[in-house]
Design a protein around this ligand. Structure first.
Ligand code: AHR
Length: 502
């Protein structure tokens, strides 16, 4: 079987915003407690943050981390997480039916972000609270001093403001599961008022309004239109979320889900344009895809806690999906989609980062390791920076419930002009056929293959564990050749690859 790809230096989609390789960390399960924070852990630093986790996060070069939720934020009092630790209250977290110790709050999170080298993206609570909480939180975080909230921050040990630019106006407010759930008009008005107040403090903030929780929501896509009609002039991004599942154990159909993602982005991009036209606005609003990942492996085991049959445990194991090799392919396809849609998707966050539906797993008191999906995320984040190429791809395909034709070969290309580097990320969705792929390169000059990474595994369900951390890991490829302006590479059945040319 064969596929062809054409790339021309002048045919580009957009500069990729580095922030499409962002991540998300919520006060949920063991993401924070025994995830990033475990003061008794042998690798813990002076702030109680796990050094082994820090290293795994640093390697990913994560540009931005969204915090503190998620569903958690919709009943969260940020003031509970400041001041002397011993005075912080224990609260019941209604979203996940757990107890929150508040041992970690905005100060500890900000310090951790500085250590791992990432930017903060904060969310305000528009579920149980509103404009007042948002303006106070903003003043606490961003005002230099000389006001009630900024002076309290200084008293709590942080002199300089953090100057956080990205602020989410609530979370998944279209979802009936959300504390303080609203309809599109109620939420749109509240979000607009909150955004106006926040902009009175600082016009340069980047504000993110809630779009749909997923494209199967009954209110989708009217939700986006109505919310944007209220907020278009006051926000910069609309947030979308989507989780991917293979509940029927139907791999070809599962891997076709990236079509659904693509359609979701396309539809919301069109809705943004519609509202822009209606408002006769010159401004652009973009998409912040600030929750995405595979999520289904842990659903059954979580039921007991989520139904409240375990009381209010503190930091129990929740949403601890153990990812397999098949999920590597899905994550590679999702990231390819974001690269190809980089003209409209300017922020995206893998949900989440540690323990909770995450590329990094830990054991309390024990090791931290990379799950299978760590690797496609790592390759895209570290090597996928630059300009997205408009590729002309021709590949045989197959039918799924999501689309009449899904190509077996899915590819994205990134040109980093500063480094003179071309990077291709390729996924073969075929179960049994190797696909010989020829990429014609025009206008790039001479070069050679400088890196080639391959992920394959005979068992789609293979996983990495604490004791077998490298069962699913990339290996160096050796079959990619560049000659006469043509890159040739063979893609084994069910495989993920990265090829770099300089
Ligand atoms: O990431 C897990 C949860 O998924 C988040 O809290 C929520 O926003 C979404 O439903």
């Amino acid at each position: 079987m064969k596929a062809t790809v054409k790339a021309h230096k002048d045919y580009t989609i957009s500069r990729i915003d580095d922030r499409v390789y962002g991540a998300f960390l919520e006060h949920l399960g063991r993401a924070v407690y025994t995830g990033i924070y475990e003061p008794d852990h042998p690798t813990a630093d002076a702030d109680g943050m796990r050094g082994d986790v820090t290293e795994l996060v640093q390697a990913l070069n994560v540009p931005v981390v969204r915090y503190p939720g998620g569903n958690f934020v919709s009943a969260y009092n940020w003031e509970d997480g400041i001041g002397p630790r011993e005075e912080r209250p224990v609260r019941l977290d209604l979203a996940w039916h757990t107890s929150e110790s508040n041992a970690v709050g905005v100060h500890e999170f900000a310090d951790w972000c500085a250590t791992v080298g990432t930017e903060m993206m904060l969310a305000v609570n528009l579920g149980s609270r509103g404009v007042d909480e948002a303006r106070n939180f903003l003043e606490y975080v961003n005002h230099p001093g000389g006001s009630y909230w900024s002076d309290l921050r200084i008293k709590n040990g942080r002199k300089e403001p953090w100057n956080v630019k990205m602020w989410c106006l609530g979370n998944e407010m279209d979802g009936p599961w959300q504390v303080g759930h609203k309809d599109a008009n109620e939420y749109g008005k509240l979000a607009a008022n909150t955004a106006r107040a926040m902009r009175m403090f600082d016009k340069s903030l980047e504000l993110i309004v809630c779009g749909s929780s997923n494209s199967d929501m009954p209110s989708y896509p009217d939700w986006e239109r109505i919310v944007l009609e209220h907020t278009y002039d006051h926000v910069d991004h609309i947030s979308l979320h989507m989780y991917f599942a293979n509940r029927e154990d139907d791999t070809p159909n599962y891997l076709g889900l990236s079509h659904k993602l693509d359609r979701y982005i396309e539809t919301v991009a069109a809705t943004i344009k519609q509202v822009k036209a209606k408002k006769k606005s010159r401004r652009d609003v973009y998409i912040s895809f600030d929750e995405w990942n595979v999520w289904y492996h842990s659903n059954k085991q979580d039921r007991k806690i989520l139904d409240g049959n375990d009381g209010w445990p503190h930091a129990p194991g929740l949403l601890e999906d153990i990812y397999n090799f098949e999920d590597v392919l899905m994550v590679g396809l999702i990231l390819n989609t974001f690269i190809r849609r980089s003209d409209v998707v300017k922020i995206a966050c893998i949900a989440q980062l540690v323990n909770v539906i995450a590329p990094i797993m830990t054991e309390k008191g024990g090791p931290a390791w990379a799950q299978t999906i760590y690797y496609p995320y790592y390759f895209a984040s570290v090597y996928g920076r630059g300009t997205a190429m408009q590729l002309l791809t021709s590949s045989p395909g197959y039918e799924t419930t999501h689309a009449a034709e899904t190509p077996y070969v899915d590819v994205s290309g990134v040109h980093n002009e500063e480094e003179g580097m071309l990077t291709f990320f390729l996924v073969n969705r075929h179960a049994s056929a190797s696909i010989d792929t020829e990429v014609t390169l025009e206008g790039f000059g001479d070069g050679s293959v400088v890196d080639h990474q391959v992920m394959t595994h005979p068992d789609l369900k293979a996983v990495n564990t604490a004791t077998n951390q490298q069962e699913v890991a990339p290996r160096k490829g050796d079959g990619a050749k560049l000659a006469g302006g043509k890159l040739t590479v063979s893609l084994p059945p069910y495989s993920y690859q990265m090829v770099r040319i300089k």
